[in-house]
Design a protein around this ligand. Structure first.
Ligand SMILES: [Zn+2]
Ligand SMILES: [Zn+2]
Length: 172
């Protein structure tokens, strides 16, 4: 059995898996942990993901990234400004990438990676636009609603749509 590369290739996909990607890294490694991972709080990142912020693996050479479409044309780009475009899955809407058009590198969304836990943000950008409630989100215990519901099912505890349906079982 072949040894696992010290710096394995990186893999990712959108929610519906119509778009998958691989970042070649096992030969002439480009990414060597700890990776340079950034959280961006800018309004454009927030809106394009419909999320409080986005986390990116930046500066990935475009030549290292191979996008594969299971549905032809599924990987789409949107010009969010004259300078930049954002890649996403046209089938399920997952945000996958951000690229400054004049550069030959791309940023990949860490949460579309197979193992987001491997990519720990070390820097923040546009912190001035950071939502005011984010710190409370991670310090007050409000994220424990799911645990409370699981042990004491109370249908009033929170919106059933968000508790019962359509969530990955890996969240626990
Ligand atoms: Zn998709
Ligand atoms: Zn941003």
């Amino acid at each position: 059995m072949a040894d696992r590369p010290i710096h394995p290739d990186l893999h990712g996909h959108c929610l519906c898996k119509s778009v998958e990607y691989t970042v070649t890294n096992h030969e002439e490694p480009f990414f060597i942990a700890p990776f340079d991972v950034v959280a961006c709080h800018c309004d454009n990142c927030r809106r394009s993901a419909g999320a409080p912020f986005q986390v990116f693996l930046p500066n990935v050479p475009v030549a290292r990234v191979q996008f594969r479409e299971k549905v032809p044309g599924a990987y789409k780009t949107y010009s969010s400004s004259e300078e930049a475009e954002r890649g996403f899955c046209g089938e399920c809407g997952t945000t996958l990438s951000f690229r400054v058009k004049r550069l030959t590198s791309v940023s990949l969304t860490v949460c579309s990676m197979e193992n987001p836990n491997d990519f720990v943000p070390r820097d923040e950008i546009f912190g001035i636009q950071r939502l005011r409630w984010i710190e409370r989100l991670f310090s007050s215990g409000i994220l424990n609603v799911w645990e409370r519901w699981r042990h004491t099912p109370d249908r009033k505890l929170m919106n059933q749509q968000h508790v019962i349906a359509d969530h990955s079982s890996s969240r626990t």
